[in-house]
Design a protein around this ligand. Structure first.
Ligand code: NAD
Length: 510
């Protein structure tokens, strides 16, 4: 697909390449944006979206790049050609249709790569009910999910470690948490929202989600004008799905945000209704929250609303709030008039079932109109949210132990923790001695339960008496001794204190 709009929509604004914003009341340059038509329903919803915003007078000039399935299948495991980055580097604004990531085969998710490469740390996903025009069990719902976009389990660091066990590393950083939480509070202030809620699972992941929650509490204290609260993600998710009117802005780590924004969008009526902005310091990407829905592709069926509302967020971002407003209000009017695609069409609430193209025509026909009873939108230009993480405070870090992970099964195929424990309990390298063995996190040696199911993946913790600090060289010597016993070492993790405080978890049952 190489469609490119011409320059005929010239108007009175200037593109400022430093701030990547339009300064209003200046002259004559279209804002260049990079566009990708994507896979599955992508080309159809992108055509519809561009047609609508162009008809509304968007002052943009598109550069089309190829990404996704075709690029993957040509042997590029990243799904994006090197020259496509040149366009993104130049325009700094990306309107992207969904793409299909081929399953398996070492293909990396292009969405994750793009978000991380361009530093798009904040994923903003408004999920709103359009009752009574779009059927929903939740007539009052106006939630903005702010999802951390660069870390958590999406670091994509995965390994098969034994015959039986695979691992994905969950990374949560202080600067990453600070940026997203601060972004959520700044967003609430900028858009007149009253409350920011944090979802985490820090009752289980005390260090990683615990850090996210701690940072939330610290930053919330700086915004006394905005109410704040924290929910454990499981009950928070249940509450959100049941009583969404109890929430306003919700900030969460990457995985929970990915899953729960689909839930939130779906309960407004369709996952096809929600748009998404991915915001970084120098770049921004706008998309629908849903995927490429390959089963619906090429049939003029898909709802282009998610991508269109993503494009509305893009227009606001580039300083064309006037066009964003025109498009959004015409879209709301179309919803009200009951012109609906199949995913939201219901006999009792809809008037006409239309395809993707006809839906776009209906929105275009309503440009300049506002909704009669739904609340019309008003966008002020230039609400740029800039946040910074505070400088890192370096703590006094000491090693007080090491977890050595082993791949081990007895010759007869049994996995008895006492057998392994008795093999290595005699090790004493500079006073480093075995203090426990866990299997999938549960302490199984000493004094394990015979009922416990064990895999071939063992964590063996070595410490000195009194948890005295020591040098890493001693770990190397310990590993040499374990290796000489013929044991298969998978990896190690140092047990550290920071400023004297233990910063590692105990074994479950320890
Ligand atoms: P999906 O979101 O593509 O679709 C799930 C179902 O939701 C569809 O079968 C359809 O019934 C409905 N649906 C989704 N969007 C719709 C729309 N605009 N209009 C009407 N109905 C719509 O999820 P999936 O089937 O799990 O994923 C398909 C592919 O999309 C996968 O390859 C996945 O990796 C990819 N994906 C891409 C992105 C992205 O590019 N940002 C996001 C999520 C998934």
């Amino acid at each position: 697909m190489t469609q490119q709009f011409d320059d005929s929509t010239l108007s009175s604004v200037t593109y400022n390449s430093n701030s990547n914003k339009m300064s209003e009341k200046s002259t004559d340059i279209l804002v260049p944006i990079t566009v990708a038509y994507g896979d599955g329903i992508g080309p159809e919803i992108m055509d519809a979206t561009l047609r609508i915003i162009q008809a509304a007078g968007a002052r943009i000039k598109t550069e089309v790049i190829e990404i996704g399935e075709k690029v993957y299948l040509s042997g590029n495991t990243a799904g994006i050609a090197p020259e496509a980055w040149d366009s993104l580097r130049k325009t700094k604004v990306f309107l992207k249709a969904p793409i299909t990531t081929p399953q398996g085969g070492g293909f990396k998710s292009l969405n994750v790569t793009t978000r991380k490469t361009l530093g798009l740390y904040a994923n903003v996903r408004p999920c709103i009910s359009y009752h009574p025009y779009v059927k929903t069990k939740h007539p009052i719902m106006d939630i903005v999910i702010i999802r951390e976009n660069e870390e958590d389990l999406y670091a994509g660091i995965e390994h098969q470690q034994t015959d039986e066990v695979t691992q994905t590393l969950k990374l949560i950083s202080r600067p990453g948490s600070e940026k997203i939480v601060r972004y959520a509070f700044e967003y609430a202030r900028a858009y007149g929202r009253k409350k920011v809620t944090c979802f985490s699972k820090d009752n289980i992941m005390k260090l990683s989600d615990g850090l996210f929650h701690k940072v939330f509490d610290e930053i919330a204290a700086e915004y006394p004008d905005i109410e704040n609260e924290h929910w454990i993600v499981d009950i928070g998710a249940a509450k959100m799905a049941d009583t969404p009117e109890a929430f306003d802005v919700i900030v969460m780590p990457n995985l929970y945000g990915d899953v729960l924004s689909d839930v939130a969008a779906q309960i407004t009526g369709s996952v096809g209704l929600a748009g998404s902005a991915n915001i970084g310091e120098g770049y921004a990407m706008f998309e629908a929250i849903h995927g490429s829905a390959p089963r619906r592709a090429g049939q003029n069926l898909a709802n282009p609303s998610g991508l269109l509302l993503g494009a509305v967020q893009m227009l606001v971002h580039i300083g064309q709030g006037d066009i964003a407003e025109k498009v959004h209000n015409a879209w709301l009017r179309t919803m009200e008039d009951g012109i609906h695609t199949y995913d939201i069409f219901k006999e009792d609430t809809s008037k006409e079932k239309v395809g993707t193209k006809e839906f776009a025509d209906a929105v275009i026909a309503r440009l300049g109109q506002t909704p009669a009873s739904l609340k019309s939108v008003k966008y002020e230009a230039g609400k740029e949210i800039k946040v910074k993480a505070s400088p890192t405070v370096k703590g006094k870090k000491e090693i007080v132990g090491v977890d050595v992970f082993l791949h081990w099964t007895e010759a007869n195929g049994n996995k008895n923790a006492d057998v392994l424990g008795d093999m290595i309990a005699g090790l004493n390298v500079h006073g480093l001695k075995l203090t426990m063995i866990t299997n999938r996190g549960l302490k199984v040696y000493p004094n394990g339960f015979p009922e416990t199911f064990c895999t071939d993946h063992w964590r063996c913790r070595f410490q000195k008496s009194g948890e005295t600090a020591f040098d890493y060289k001693e770990i190397i010597e310990l590993l040499r001794a374990i290796n000489e016993m013929g044991l298969d070492i998978i990896k190690t993790e140092n047990l550290c204190t920071f400023d004297g405080e233990k910063r590692y978890s105990l074994g479950q049952g320890q």
